[in-house]
Design a protein around this ligand. Structure first.
Ligand code: 1X7
Length: 321
């Protein structure tokens, strides 16, 4: 076996183990075995630097801290959501868009828990992660690619046989509550100011100039939006997009649900009002989207929001410690 073959084999074994551990939460390898393979990969790469590839797990931690982040324009802007604070406002939302498109066929809804984190935009070219950007104002964000690569549930290479030339993914980077509390305890011990909540902690961590600090804080990522520039016809609904994202190797929230009418959405919202307290991460509502992309296109956007989605919010709450 050539060195290049052994390096490929190591990258594949380590990527498979990392996906199982961080995305599926179902380890397939003992930590000691992972560490041994990782050390062999590091040694072979040090001896053959010309054989290092961008999807190697050793590329997740950068060497030097960044001096600053550059402002970049999103290839596709990130939308924000109109809020509904009760079921009546949700029904008014449906009445509004039904007035705009009265001929609209039977809309289905996808319900997705609204994750209390920090939105980021990822760009993959030929299946490789080439850029990670903070949401910013939705049009312009900060380029934080090296920090993004330290998030182990974000694939460095898409798990697709023939990846499209460009894949744009949006999702929420977040800190599980246990990790948020661990970070604050560490900061308290070091006499540093505490993060007020997991959302601020995630946003602050993403904007750390030293990616080693980001690597030490176990950020996670739920993907929820997919764009295939030039191949839009491949995906015809939000539900299909979520399936594609899972197949491509992303962590997608396991509690997403397809609802055939608004009663189903209300039932989902009410079910999760209590159950969400038992989740290991903070949520602040349910994102309700019309599932069918042709209907989304027919409705389009207002100045500020998509007409085909709304955030149904839970009452604000303190961060449990
Ligand atoms: N699943 C989703 O679409 C989702 C989840 N969590 C969030 N904080 C957000 C924000 C926007 Br904007 S969409 C979305």
């Amino acid at each position: 076996m050539t060195t290049a073959d052994r390096l490929l084999q190591l990258r594949q074994q380590l990527q498979k183990a990392s996906y199982a551990y961080y995305v599926l939460d179902a380890p397939i390898m003992e930590d000691s075995v992972y560490d041994q393979l990782y050390r062999e990969l590091q040694k072979l790469e040090a001896e053959n630097p010309e054989l290092i590839t961008p999807d190697s797990p050793t590329q997740r931690v950068g060497e030097q801290p960044a001096s600053q982040f550059s402002a970049v324009t999103h290839n596709i802007p990130l939308y924000s959501l109109e809020n509904a604070f009760n079921v009546q406002e949700l029904q008014q939302w449906q009445e509004r868009w039904q007035r705009i498109a009265p001929t609209i066929e039977k809309a289905e809804y996808v319900c997705e828990l609204k994750i209390d984190g920090s939105a980021i935009a990822l760009t993959y070219e030929n299946g490789l992660l080439v850029r990670g950007v903070t949401r910013g104002d939705g049009t312009t964000g900060e380029e934080i690619s090296q920090n993004i690569k330290t998030i182990r549930s974000i694939p460095l290479k898409l798990n697709l046989d023939n990846p499209p030339p460009t894949v744009e993914v949006r999702g929420e980077a977040f800190l599980p509550l246990a990790e948020f509390n661990r970070i604050n305890q560490e900061r308290e011990a070091q006499g540093e100011s505490l993060f007020a909540n997991p959302r601020n902690a995630a946003a602050g961590t993403l904007r750390q100039l030293d990616s080693k600090i980001v690597h030490q804080r176990r950020l996670q990522f739920f993907a929820y939006t997919l764009h295939l520039p030039g191949q839009e016809e491949q995906i015809q609904s939000q539900w299909q997009a979520l399936e594609y994202l899972k197949k491509a190797g992303f962590m997608v929230n396991p509690h997403c649900q397809l609802c055939e009418d608004l009663d189903g959405v209300v039932a989902y919202f009410e079910d999760w009002e209590g159950a969400r307290q038992r989740l290991p991460y903070m949520t602040d509502g349910v994102v309700v989207k019309i599932n069918q992309y042709p209907l989304q296109s027919e409705l389009g956007f207002t100045q500020k929001f998509p007409r085909w989605a709304i955030a149904l919010k839970y009452p604000a709450e303190e961060t449990p410690t």
